[in-house]
Design a protein around this ligand. Structure first.
Ligand SMILES: [Fe+2]
Length: 198
């Protein structure tokens, strides 16, 4: 397993920078605050599992770091991590396309609210600023995401939240797709490192 944790110092830095406070920070600065320069991996990890795309993917989302818009309800969260290959080497320039429902469990299927894509930085890192998705009747709480190394096959999967009562009842919940959630100084951070089959 990849074994990386947010350091207390990184969390405090994230809070101090106001990443979740709606400030327009440059992506590189946010990544520096949230993640170490290089990943540290164990040796028993496999590729991140694929999951169904579901019915609500919309292609051609805008390229952006923050999906948060003025007046948007929901607890802010920074979703951050590395994109790695099977040998734990960072994958720079990987596409990450994130979409999820709003705090009331609704998807925007007419526009691009809570949809966006970005590319991993030269160290393979990414960070999205968004909100914690709500729930809808058939599913536990989740993010949808596509991750693609340059020129490689797209990984479509979903990410889950620890401690959700609905996880055990969800038909496709996979504990290997659980986010590592930390909260400090009012800031929620969700960490996940993707391992692509490249
Ligand atoms: Fe969904």
């Amino acid at each position: 397993m990849v074994d990386l944790r947010f350091s207390r110092r990184a969390l405090l830095s994230a809070g101090a920078l106001g990443i979740l406070g709606g400030l327009a920070l440059r992506r590189a600065r946010a990544q520096e605050a949230l993640l170490p320069a290089t990943p540290q991996c164990g040796d028993d990890h496999g590729p991140t599992p694929r999951q169904t795309e579901g019915p609500y993917f919309t292609p051609n989302s805008p390229e952006r770091t923050s999906l948060v818009e003025a007046g948007m309800e929901g607890e802010r969260i920074a979703l951050a991590g590395f994109v790695l290959d099977r040998r734990c080497r960072p994958v720079p320039g990987a596409l990450l396309d994130l979409w999820h429902c709003d705090a009331t469990g609704r998807y925007d299927n007419a526009g691009y609210r809570l949809r966006g894509h970005q590319f991993s930085d030269p160290q393979g890192r990414f960070v999205f600023e968004t909100i914690i998705p709500g729930r809808y009747p058939t599913r536990t709480r989740h993010f949808h995401i596509k991750v693609q190394a340059p020129g490689a096959r797209v990984l479509t999967t979903q990410l889950y939240f620890p401690g959700e009562a609905g996880n055990d009842r969800d038909w496709i919940f996979d504990e290997t797709l659980l986010l590592d959630i930390k909260r400090e100084n009012g800031a929620a951070l969700g960490r996940y490192d993707f391992i692509l089959d490249v």
